[in-house]
Design a protein around this ligand. Structure first.
Ligand SMILES: [Zn+2]
Ligand SMILES: [Zn+2]
Length: 417
């Protein structure tokens, strides 16, 4: 599967300013093969008037150039109201936080660190121009990975989802085995100063056991914040360090080279750089398990796993909880949720902490969710079983006359929201 697929997009224009002709050529190559119209200049002085005349969709600016540097070009471009819609991206090998903040304060929309990673560069520029969320599923299975031919179409890794925005940290949800694939992608980019927030739903193995394989943790210059709920007296730092105490894994957390921050979460709202809001809600699962609602502009993505929705017939249903969850996910653009069992399988797994398909579909429909993603599949289910769950869910939604669409996510497939 190829993560760097370019979806259909409008043809954009970009103006690149860099005093290094090799970089100009490289960026021209990266962007023109994905349909961009490119103009280039070797200095800020040469570029300024041409950019004002051309009004490109995006300007890519190096910082350190002789004469007028990138900051100065950015500042002057932002004085022109006719360039309001033009996105300005500062590109630099300098990774100091102060330079990034300065660029944003001058009106830049984003910061891309050099060296440029050729395979993902266009995707990154498109994300900034369109100001969309790039969501990737790195693991969709629950409980255990599913290696071998039974899981090749949807992928065999356990829970991990990432969201990238035009700027700010990468948000990751859970550290099942899928996080190893995400780690490989981030390492291929050779990006310095990676900023990641990893939200853990709860510390059951399938949600944390691949965290020690997340390579950015071991590199100086990166910042990784790990957030999640406490379990009685065991908090995030305890369970992350605990699984790396030398007994269960040979490398200890003392060997992390990144700046690692551990944050305990309750039901609360987290504000990320005043742009992205993450709300949390305790879910119906053994121990403390948090669901997340990520809000950006007019979009909301809900990550709700692991969670048990009791059917009415079970006699266990708590309507107060259902109503609270319904309000939490109401009108979500995307709901990614625990659909571990078919309704038939569920009969033998009541109180195991996971939901049957029928209840998930009803909930998504009643909460007016736009798109439902069936997630955290039982390891006994092969790809065909997931196909079957998907068909059943779609048929039920059709029967309900629902406006909710339904999909089963595929590992490494990029969704642009
Ligand atoms: Zn799980
Ligand atoms: Zn669990």
């Amino acid at each position: 599967m190829n993560h760097t697929v370019f979806p259909e997009h409008k043809k954009y224009s970009a103006f690149v300013v860099d005093d290094d002709p090799v970089i100009l050529k490289l960026i021209d190559h990266c962007l023109s093969r994905t349909g961009f119209t490119i103009s280039t200049a070797g200095s800020g002085t040469d570029a300024l008037q041409r950019i004002i005349d051309q009004r490109p969709d995006c300007v890519l600016l190096d910082i350190m150039m002789p004469g007028m540097d990138g900051f100065e070009v950015c500042r002057r471009l932002r004085e022109h109201t006719q360039l309001k819609a033009t996105k300005i991206i500062i590109m630099s090998g300098k990774t100091y936080q102060s330079d990034r903040s300065h660029a944003l304060a001058l009106g830049a929309d984003a910061f891309i660190s050099k060296p440029v990673h050729v395979p993902s560069f266009s995707t990154q520029v498109l994300r900034i121009i369109e100001d969309r969320i790039h969501l990737t599923f790195w693991g969709v299975r629950g409980t255990l990975p599913l290696p071998g031919p039974r899981g090749v179409r949807y992928g065999g890794n356990t829970s991990c989802v990432s969201m990238e925005f035009s700027r700010g940290p990468i948000l990751v949800f859970d550290a099942g085995t899928g996080i190893k694939v995400l780690s490989d992608h981030l390492m291929q980019r050779k990006q310095v100063g990676i900023d990641v927030k990893i939200f853990i739903s709860h510390p059951h193995w399938d949600h944390i056991n691949a965290l020690p394989f997340f390579a950015p943790l071991y590199l100086r210059g990166n910042t990784v914040e790990i957030l999640g709920p406490c379990q009685r007296h065991t908090c995030v730092e305890d369970y992350i360090r605990g699984q790396m105490d030398g007994v269960y894994f040979p490398i200890t957390a003392q060997e992390f080279g990144a700046r690692v921050i551990y944050t305990n979460l309750r039901e609360e709202v987290i504000d990320i750089e005043q742009r992205v809001k993450v709300r949390t809600m305790l879910l119906n699962h053994p121990g403390h398990c948090l669901g997340y609602r990520i809000e950006y502009q007019d979009k909301a993505i809900c990550y709700i796993t692991d969670n048990e929705l009791y059917p009415m017939t079970s006699g266990l249903r708590d309507q107060g909880y259902i109503n609270k969850l319904k309000a939490f996910i109401h009108n979500a653009t995307i709901l990614i949720t625990d659909t571990t069992y078919t309704d038939t399988e569920y009969a033998n797994h009541i109180n195991w902490g996971h939901s049957p398909l029928g209840e998930v579909v009803n909930l998504a429909h009643e909460a007016k969710v736009n798109t439902l993603y069936l997630f955290h599949h039982d390891p006994s289910q092969d790809d065909n079983a997931i196909d079957h769950k998907l068909e059943t869910a779609r048929a039920r939604l059709h029967q309900l006359g629902s406006g909710t669409e339904c999909y089963a996510p595929i590992e490494e497939k990029l969704l642009i929201i």
